[in-house]
Write a protein that binds this ligand. Structure first.
Ligand SMILES: [Zn+2]
Length: 178
């Protein structure tokens, strides 16, 4: 069975989030609440280079985590009080580095945080633990095949004619270049 990068990302996210929450004693660093602890990212998870950076993630209650989307001041204030502006600058520089990560990157992060977190005995933990062990073996045995990216429908339906004009496959109508 093929393993999707997205699946390995989910596993890495789970163990990283668990580690962060355990490190911060399941207490929101912003308001001190222990209700619905989550792993909150200062720079959003869309920045892959700092998605698993321990200085970019802290335990937040669900409310503070959601509020961060609309008001980033409290979280940045917390960070600057705990660390320094220099550290924030470096974190930002790191966040905006764009690289293409492969499945081994996510497997590496998943294994690292699996080993670093305290093992717990609940269904969710055991579910991710089983998946990690299974995929780790599979990838190391070379059983991972890259799944090609789907070509968008737009691209499929357009081609260039002899003069270099873009034409639609269906109906051969002239298509816009843009
Ligand atoms: Zn909170």
């Amino acid at each position: 069975m093929k393993i999707k990068i997205k699946t390995m990302k989910e596993i890495a996210d789970y163990f990283f989030a668990l580690y962060i929450k355990q490190r911060d004693n399941f207490t929101c660093v912003i308001c001190g609440s222990k209700a619905k602890p989550q792993c909150g990212h200062l720079f959003s998870r869309q920045y892959i280079n700092t998605r698993y950076d321990e200085s970019n993630a802290f335990c937040q209650c669900a409310t503070c985590n959601i509020l961060h989307k609309y008001n980033q001041y409290p979280y940045f204030k917390f960070f600057l009080e705990k660390f320094s502006k220099n550290k924030l600058d470096n974190l930002y520089k790191s966040a905006i580095i764009k690289l293409k990560w492969d499945i081994n990157f996510y497997l590496g992060k998943a294994l690292y945080y699996y080993n670093k977190c305290d093992k717990i005995n609940n269904d969710r933990f055991l579910f991710f633990e089983r998946r990690l062990n299974k995929y780790d073996k599979q990838i190391k045995n070379g059983g991972y095949e890259r799944i090609p990216k789907k070509v968008s429908v737009k691209k499929q339906n357009k081609r260039e004619d002899k003069k270099g004009n873009l034409v639609c496959r269906k109906g051969n109508k002239k298509a816009s270049k843009y």
